[in-house]
Design a protein around this ligand. Structure first.
Ligand SMILES: [Zn+2]
Length: 216
């Protein structure tokens, strides 16, 4: 470890976000907590006309679930340090090499302004740039607020999200292969709708990646 980092760790000790155990900045999660939620996989149900599939890193449970909730709803931006370690362990980056453009699922402008950030950017942006992907935070636009999805069933979610996304004016994506990013995959209706808009605008293929999912 570099001296600078060692000194920082001494001054500002890093604790596991799951259990509070002392860890270090490069590996903020302890292994016991990671074991509770680490479950990289291709989500079985994630396949539609417009979405090739969707990978996820974690089961949406235990420490990672709390961590995402704190990041999204309690303004804990500094939890951004918890994600690179997990993304670095994702075992199939080479399968995603043919998707050079990374696009986060956007928030509506109103929600973006009240939250102050899109959690997807905090989770993925730096990591994707380090991987050499082009991170296009502004490519998709969410036109309207949708009702809170978690209270709706699958069919209601689909209606709720219909036509919610547009490509930012003037952006061209014909023939591009796009990696679509979100924090959590639930029923997939959000991701499928965003993929539908990307394909409508000419994208050649859209593959999903989320940090966590409770879907089988
Ligand atoms: Zn822990």
């Amino acid at each position: 470890m570099k001296w600078g980092q060692a000194l920082l760790d001494l001054l500002f000790p890093v604790c596991c976000p799951g259990c509070g155990a002392m860890t270090d900045a490069e590996h903020p999660w302890c292994e016991a907590c990671v074991r509770q939620f680490w479950n990289p996989r291709m989500i079985q149900s994630a396949h539609s006309r417009d979405l090739e599939g969707c990978y996820t890193c974690c089961q949406y449970t235990a420490g990672i679930r709390d961590c995402i909730i704190q990041l999204k709803y309690y303004g804990k931006r500094n939890l951004k340090r918890c994600f690179p370690m997990l993304l670095a362990r994702f075992p199939w980056w080479e399968r995603l090499a043919s998707y050079p453009i990374a696009v986060p699922v956007p928030l509506s402008r109103r929600r973006r302004e009240s939250r102050g950030y899109n959690q997807c950017d905090l989770i993925f942006q730096d990591f994707m740039k380090n991987l050499g992907k082009t991170y296009e935070a502004e490519l998709l636009v969410r036109l309207r607020d949708t009702k809170v999805q978690s209270t709706l069933d699958r069919e209601e979610r689909r209606k709720n999200i219909r036509d919610a996304f547009h490509i930012n004016r003037g952006r061209r994506i014909e023939g591009q292969c796009i990696l679509l990013l979100d924090d959590v995959y639930t029923t997939g209706s959000t991701m499928e709708e965003a993929a539908r808009e990307l394909k409508r605008a000419g994208a050649a293929a859209v593959m999903g990646l989320t940090l966590a999912s409770g879907a089988p």
